[in-house]
Design a protein around this ligand. Structure first.
Ligand code: HGY
Ligand code: MN
Ligand code: MN
Length: 410
């Protein structure tokens, strides 16, 4: 069945899904040649849709569709174009391709609205390469922290050095910050990345709030040794402390509604089968729908990590990489999103987001809203991530309705 939007969009999402640092799985991280290639592809589609395009000081790709009154505040749309490792091809990218399809439709009809529309492909929402996420949306929101330029990737390259190698001045990353009042609203379309819409047999949902997250990197230092000669009772095995900590995180974060804790990365160093790990590095990602619940869990976890390392006579250093607060969506945008969805003749529901999104980062700048689209079995951050073409069609039609009926939020 030929769709008005979905056929071309799914082909574009497939094309972006093939721009990867690995031939074996999808991974496209911050300030890489693959990021540049994906942004150039998006820029081409933005131009074809009738937009002017710029790449801003943080590396975001920004398409602009002028309105009838040039000095009216901007309606900003978009999402991120970077991915996790072994990613699906809809997380982020759907939220860039859909608004481009909407603008292309307006342009085909020669329709201009009483406000300018911008579509942004944000950089580094995931934080895959340097640990610290949301760089592009923070820069636009005016909350970019230059200290993040010190964060290093797994090869020891800092974000600042990577910016230079990419051709951007690290000292100017934050210069793309928007003036307060210059952006009327930000609306992000994103796959739900969870099972709730599918469980309720709904294609689209209205997001109520976005969970806050905090991320830490932990480094444990013990004593490397010979696996065959050091008796078990005389070891300072850094990896076992990390393993104990991971199990404590699971236990502490189990049983409290909306509280989740994840150790997504763990390294044993020097990383040889016959060497007792003298060092271990691991990540801690803890979230909840309210900050107090989350922060109490983090306090307990950090205290337990210290205790484990003291007992095992190990040194430990903890670095906080990210701290975002739980963010409510603006009621007026929730209402407009619900109207836009219902105008497609379908039911919908309100639901929170356990995942973080660029929308939350933009909340200090302007009112924010999100529309969720069902994804198969709620799977995400996984190549099995999948969507239904009819849902893509519905989501894009709803987004277009939202755009054409948008009124500045009071
Ligand atoms: O981690 C998150 O919630 C998002 O996918 N960056
Ligand atoms: Mn993601
Ligand atoms: Mn995402």
């Amino acid at each position: 069945m030929a769709f008005r939007f979905a056929d071309r969009m799914l082909a574009q999402l497939d094309e972006l899904g093939r721009i990867s640092e690995s031939p074996d799985f999808l991974v496209r991280t911050f300030l890489t040649p693959e990021q540049k290639a994906a942004h150039e592809k998006a820029a081409q589609w933005m131009r074809e849709a009738g937009m002017s395009v710029e790449h801003d000081s943080a590396g975001n790709v920004v398409g602009r569709y002028e309105g009838t009154s040039p000095d009216a505040p901007v309606l900003m749309l978009g999402s991120h174009l970077d991915t996790v490792r072994n990613a699906g091809k809809y997380d982020g990218m759907l939220g860039v391709i859909a608004p481009i399809a909407c603008i292309a439709d307006l342009n085909r009809r020669g329709k201009r609205l009483p406000f300018t529309i911008e579509v942004v492909g944000f950089v580094n929402e995931e934080g895959t390469r340097f640990g610290s996420p949301m760089t592009g949306s923070r820069a636009i929101a005016g909350t970019f922290d230059p200290a993040m330029l010190e964060a290093k990737d797994r090869n020891g390259i800092s974000m600042g050095e990577a910016y230079k190698a990419y051709g951007l001045d690290p000292a100017k990353v934050g210069s793309c910050a928007r003036k307060p009042g210059s952006v009327a609203a930000f609306m992000e379309l994103h796959i739900e990345q969870g099972p709730v819409l599918e469980h309720n047999n709904l294609a689209l949902g209205v997001v109520t709030a976005i969970s806050g997250a905090r991320r830490h990197r932990v480094e444990v230092t013990g004593l490397a040794g010979h696996a065959g000669t050091v008796p078990m009772g005389q070891r300072q095995d850094a990896l076992l402390a990390a393993a104990e900590a991971a199990l404590f995180i699971e236990k502490r974060c189990t049983g409290t509604p909306t509280l989740v804790g994840t150790v997504g990365m763990m390294e044993a160093l020097p990383g040889a089968m016959n060497v007792i790990p003298g060092m271990a590095r691991f990540s801690v990602d803890i979230r909840a729908s309210d900050d107090a619940t989350r922060d109490a869990a983090i306090d307990d976890v950090l205290r337990e990590i210290e205790a484990i390392c003291a007992r095992r006579k190990l040194k430990v250093s903890v670095t906080e990489l990210y701290n975002s607060t739980a963010t409510p969506c603006h009621p007026a945008l929730m209402k407009a999103a619900e109207e836009a969805i219902r105008a497609q003749g379908v039911e919908t529901m309100h639901l929170p987001s356990g995942a973080g999104h660029d929308a939350a980062t933009l909340a200090p700048l302007c009112p924010i809203g999100m529309i969720f689209m069902r994804c198969t079995k709620g799977i995400s951050h996984n190549p099995l991530e999948a969507v239904l073409p009819e849902d893509v069609e519905l989501a894009t039609a709803a987004l277009l309705h939202f755009i054409e009926n948008f009124r500045t939020v009071q």
